[in-house]
Design a protein around this ligand. Structure first.
Ligand code: PHB
Length: 395
């Protein structure tokens, strides 16, 4: 008898249990047990404030849906990835193999994301990307278990070239941190600006996370373009904005960028940020009841003003809570869970959005100007913009 029981496979054991009426407790245990959710985010370095905003947003989104996932209580796990790509795989493995998370939420930096992506694709663990825009994650390397709630790196800048051209910019310089986020943002800018009729006269860059901008600013001054367009975010963006003004360029050569340039830092950047024009899928000044209600609730809860990163985290929390509710907490039924995640509409402070086939938001991109500590919306630069999802084959 003992020997026979030992050689039973798990499914045979479950079938046996079913025939004796014992299946019910097993199912109940699977659906009501605690669920393990891991954050892999930067809590130190250039993008530290972005990581904190995202975690706050996720928690708030889930709290608003009752604080559980499909009825299950949550055990949280947390790793500081330092925006360090060389530690990406190892950190993701810690969450997946050591902590055995059911869901991995991360991260901010595109290079680190590629490490997470390798691990979750192999392990088949649900991966929610609350920021990093690296194209591959929802293009050639897309996967059924990977969902992004933010943007692809070229999505905001695909809407940047035309408004610049329309404002009279004909010759532009591009400057960025040289890694996937900046290089892919450039693709969007180059394509939209040249299509509108403009010329990119020079591409400038420096390695992440360096912030020694002086030589590059001197070069910009001597090139005398009509405008500069850029990708910088977090603490590096604050320094770039301030250095740009201190070099005397602010009033001579207008500064444009993907909207990360002015997110969560207008107070820190001060008057140097006035007049910067950007494109992004969110703006703090969006005049909708939904955005106002979110901003008040977030500021009350965390004593911090929300930014695009907080919104992306919040939407990640909503997506996860809604998806888990749809499958009544049965995260083991992956096919049903992924289907539920694919088909949700997210009632976001940025405006309602849904997932593309490749699992990236289809969303409006706003044109904004930084004025008196606010990103003021000027208009919609692109309506319901979907990433191409080029090369994505699910399954
Ligand atoms: C990225 O590395 O993908 C990234 C980082 C910060 C941003 C946007 C994109 O604000």
């Amino acid at each position: 008898m003992t020997t026979r029981r030992l050689v039973l496979t798990r499914s045979a054991a479950v079938m046996g249990a079913a025939s004796t009426g014992l299946l019910l407790p097993e199912i109940v245990r699977a659906q009501s047990g605690r669920i393990r959710v891991g954050f892999m985010l930067p809590y130190t370095g250039t993008y530290a404030t972005l990581g904190v905003a995202i975690e706050n947003g996720v928690r708030m989104g889930i709290d608003e849906k009752g604080g559980k996932l499909g009825g299950r209580d949550i055990d949280w796990f947390k790793i500081d990835d330092e925006s360090e790509p060389s530690k990406g795989v190892e950190n993701a493995q810690r969450l997946v193999q050591r902590d055995k998370v059911d869901v991995l939420i991360g991260t901010v930096h595109s290079g680190v994301q590629m490490g997470i992506h390798r691990v979750v694709r192999e392990a088949g663990v649900l991966s929610l990307i609350p920021n990093a825009g690296v194209h591959e994650a929802t293009r050639a390397l897309c996967a059924p278990n990977v969902f992004r709630t933010s943007f692809t790196n070229s999505q905001p800048t695909l809407a940047l070239g035309k408004p610049m051209f329309d404002k009279g910019v004909r010759r532009a310089v591009w400057i960025t941190h040289k890694y996937a986020a900046g290089d892919q943002a450039f693709e969007g800018f180059r394509d939209s600006f040249t299509k509108a009729g403009g010329t990119v006269v020079k591409e400038l860059g420096l390695p992440f996370p360096q912030v020694e901008f002086q030589a590059l600013l001197t070069e910009i001054a001597s090139l005398k373009p009509d405008a500069v367009a850029c990708f910088f975010a977090g603490a590096a963006a604050v320094k770039f904005i301030r250095d740009y003004a201190a070099a005397g360029l602010k009033d001579k050569i207008p500064l444009w960028g993907s909207g990360f340039l002015t997110e969560g830092l207008l107070d820190a950047a001060g008057p140097a940020a006035e007049g910067i024009m950007t494109t992004l899928h969110y703006s703090d000044s969006l005049d909708t009841p939904r955005n106002k209600q979110f901003r008040t609730a977030f500021a009350t809860k965390f004593k911090l003003q929300p930014d695009v990163y907080a919104v992306q985290g919040y939407d990640t929390g909503l997506l996860l809570a809604q998806g888990m509710a749809a499958v009544k907490g049965d995260s083991g039924n992956k096919q049903a869970l992924y289907k539920a995640l694919e088909t949700q509409t997210i009632d976001s402070p940025r405006g309602k959005w849904s997932m593309s086939k490749a699992h990236n938001p289809i969303q409006d991109i706003y044109l904004r100007i930084a004025e008196k500590g606010e990103n003021k919306v000027i208009g919609i630069a692109a309506k319901a913009l979907a990433d191409s999802g080029a090369g994505c084959k699910m399954g």
